[in-house]
Design a protein around this ligand. Structure first.
Ligand code: URA
Length: 256
């Protein structure tokens, strides 16, 4: 029998006591069933903090925390994790009573009810995460976990090399100080520059306000990274499923 073929034995192999560990791993996208069995044999798989080396071990994927190489896997199969490249002119909301286009309009219809992780301004583009994993969404957006977010900003004005130091030291805004975790000038030409800024907080309009405060108003803003997830070459308006590795790194970033 092909070890990657689920069709026959697993229905009876999975009883009320749970589902076989290698099946849960394979269904979560960790690898083929055979590869997952090898990982179990190599002691790379943990269930509720205990290394499990037995192939036949049964688990309850809804209740138990399963990790591969120390990274948690999304064991519940109803969980959805998407990256979307939000274009400008799209509202970060799942519906709008004023009829404006929302991020929900860019997702396949009739799918799971999803939450957007944090917000991007109507005029900001780039990486937006959507999931029905409420706990992960909540933690990723919570300032306590300080998940890093990186943006590319087109700014006006001649940007001095010292701007990074100033932003790292902190800028006084009307609702308190804000500082950049990282900053670099990507390109400079005349009275415009392209800069990359990384922050661990997500107050409203934070990047636009910080850069305006130091004399460089933003004319275009794109989020390129959220925690371990990169926008990459995802086309504007398109979405993709996160990889199992990305999901594991997101869990780790917020202590799940
Ligand atoms: N900072 C902003 O100013 N706008 C966004 O959409 C995100 C971060």
């Amino acid at each position: 029998m092909d070890p990657d073929d689920d069709r026959d034995t697993l229905v009876d192999a999975d009883g009320p006591e749970g589902v076989r560990l290698q099946k849960v791993l394979a269904a979560a996208g960790v690898g083929s069933r055979r590869h997952c069995e090898e990982m179990i044999g190599e002691g790379r798989v943990e269930v509720d903090g205990q290394i499990v080396r037995r192939f036949g071990a049964k688990v309850d994927p809804d209740r138990q925390i399963i990790k591969v190489d120390g990274r948690r896997i999304p064991s519940r199969q109803d969980l959805v994790y998407l990256a979307l490249n939000k274009p400008t002119g799209v509202l970060t909301a799942m519906s709008d009573d004023r009829g404006r286009q929302t991020v929900a309009d860019l997702l396949p219809s009739g799918g799971e009810r999803l939450f957007h992780v944090g917000r991007l301004d109507y005029d900001t583009e780039g990486l937006m995460l959507l999931t029905n994993d409420g706990e992960l969404a909540h933690r990723l957006a919570h300032p306590r976990y300080g998940v890093l977010k990186t943006y590319l900003a087109d700014v006006t004005g001649s940007v001095p090399a010292s701007l990074g130091k100033r932003l790292a030291a902190g800028v006084q805004l009307e609702d308190g100080m804000a500082s950049a975790d990282k900053f670099r000038i990507v390109d400079r030409s005349g009275s415009h520059a392209l800069v990359e800024i990384t922050l661990h907080e997500g107050r409203k309009h934070i990047v636009r306000r910080m850069l305006a405060e130091v004399g460089h108003p933003v004319s275009r803003l794109v989020r390129t990274q959220l925690g371990p997830v990169r926008l990459g070459r995802l086309a504007p308006g398109a979405n993709r499923k996160l990889t199992t590795a990305e999901i594991g790194e997101l869990y780790a970033a917020v202590g799940l």
